[in-house]
Write a protein that binds this ligand. Sequence first.
Ligand SMILES: [Zn+2]
Ligand SMILES: [Zn+2]
Length: 304
Amino acid sequence: MKKSLPLFFSLFFAVLSGSLLFAFTVPGPAERKKAVGSLLHLTPELKAAFEANDDFQPLPKPGSFDWLSSHPETGQTYTQFLQSSPNRPGAGGRKFIYLQPIGEFPDDAPQMATLQKYMEAYFHPMEVKVAPAWNVEDLASVSSRGDQLNCTDLLDVLQARLPRDAYVVMGVTMQDLYPGSEWNFVFGMARIKKHCGVFSFARYGIKEDKKRALLRALKVISHETGHAFGIRHCTHFHCLMNGSNSLGETDRAPLHFCPACLRKIHWGLRFAPAERYQKLAGFLKANDFEKESEWFVKRAEKTK
Ligand SMILES: [Zn+2]
Ligand SMILES: [Zn+2]
């Protein structure tokens, strides 16, 4: 198994591997239902939460530069998720999500307090802690190239300093990242089995559009934390857990989990669906994401 997974592959890689190798077939309604699994013995609230209705769109056919055109993924049904023996939060005392700021965060960058509030809503009822920021100058074992930091070295530090009670630690930085001399840059990397990941917001276009940059940060951090819960890329619905090859593809992805991915996260967290949807709607409204908030308000109503 590969030790580290680059978060996004370069466009160059997508062109090289191309759609010649793999033709993805968009799943139909029966396959999407199968991905969610039987709802027979669930409470009415959970049935309402996991029903694959019109609130959830099927995965659109991927364009030739999109993730699924170059990555032969078959997805993961709820049953397959259970068979993979995912780690439940709390097992072995690992019960917190940590955000680890690395280096400076200017005023227009996504702020830790905002990310923390969002993550607490998204992974409700888990507690999310913000660790004291690390100064880049103090990270002697982390090599650099100009303003770029070596993210493989950063992952080594995150892994070595992992708090005993951490379910996952997400390192976040405004400095650009590279994994080795053969790469120009990466948006981030994760070691899922080792409970850590590191992500840079340096290329999110903060100067051009601060709000869009924050939305990108929210999507990436919850997508990656979803992986930490054992959720693989979603190939059934248009979903936050869809793989992404570019910022454009991330922009097109919705902020929500599809019913199959929601059921997986619910296995780990046991939240009341309406409560979680309400929290998310509140966060999004408070942060001026009206359109996104409306979807969560509607879902909170339907899952009461
Ligand atoms: Zn992913
Ligand atoms: Zn999904």
